[in-house]
Design a protein around this ligand. Sequence first.
Ligand code: PFF
Length: 446
Amino acid sequence: MASARGEFSSRFGFLMAASGSAVGLGNIWGFPTNTASNGGAAFLFTYLVLAFVLAYPALMAELIIGRHARSNAITALKSISTGPKSQLLAVIVGVAGMITVSFILSFYAIVSGWMIAFFIDPLARILGMSDLSLWLTSDTEIRNSLFVLIFMSLTVYIISAGVKDGIEKWASRLMPSLVGILLLLILYVFTLPGAMDGLRAYLVPDFSRFADPQLLINAMGQAFFSLSLGVGTMLVYGSYINKEENLPVVGSLVALLDIGIAVLAGLLILPAMYVALASGVEIFDEAGGLIAGPGLIVSVLPALFNSMGVIGVFVALAFFALMTIASLTSSISMLEVPVAYAVENRGMGRNKAAVLIGGVISCISLLIVFNFDPLFDLVAGFTTERSQPLLSLFICVFAAWIWSRDGVLAEIKHGSAEADQGLFWKIWPFYVKFICPLAILVVYFQ
Ligand code: PFF
């Protein structure tokens, strides 16, 4: 079976795929707004520490287990289990991860659908189709349903093509474009009046917030969501890395890319919001905080683009292209988790599995679209705040408490023969064994 599995063809391919999974709406929307509402650089600093100290070790646990087992999450966790109890736990954690990631995709697809609609809107306006433009930007169930289906079809299309010809090929095209668009947008926004106020809101720390437990909870949630942890995504991507690759190095590159792009996104979103303020757009909500929810993306920023005249059309196109790309490279990694399981453990063809599972997830998305108020926050909150950190904790338990230390080291040594002499091996085992589970528990029960 192993030979039938896909594999990333190069380090670049893996880096693009894994950072594509990590870099998503969480980086470009979640991180900047979280930073602005949690004391600016106080949040940024806490986030950086948590990302390196907690999220990176947890990411490594997934990559190492995945590459060792060369299989989907359930089989991988079972393969490092040592008795019937840990086997059972492996199945529970694997299945829970698969269900969680499917529900994450179901709400993610709705938001991603908005991004496609807002991407088409400037084109409609260029062509003078104002009715279409109005329809694209109005929050209706029919628009949301249609764009969920379009977004999910793109996701299914890429996943059907396999690891190398689907995930790697598309991530390698889309991720460099994402970085290019992001940099161009930052440079442009920096030339506009008000941008420096935004920069100040982003980078000047409010030290009083350091002691705020909510800041810690938000920063940890953001770090785990952003690195796509706990639900098997990184484990499955790890299973496609070739045995000669140096895991601690590629893992740290993924973390750096994810964090770097989040920090860059902050340099775009906050200055853009203050540019909007300078041109008369309201950016604060009734409670006096910055508008951070959907209003930011679907009303504040579009109002800013509209106020820019002709150039605003191109800026809007670039911005929503950026958001769509970020969403798509993340959604494919989510769909890959259940698809890999269906292909490997249920003997299903990849194409059939992608269409079938993508279809079921689309149905859940539609259910949320038609019951948005009661369901959206419930699904998003439960999966990302409750399920994801807890599952991540269990994966750390597997890597550090259940799997043998020798087994872990042997796997790392495949791509770096002197791993046992290096800094990584001196620190990491202790971290995944004690610090990560404890920290996750503490923040979880806050
Ligand atoms: N990391 C993605 C983001 O920051 O938007 C979200 C995500 C992707 C979460 C993949 C979970 C996942 F499995």
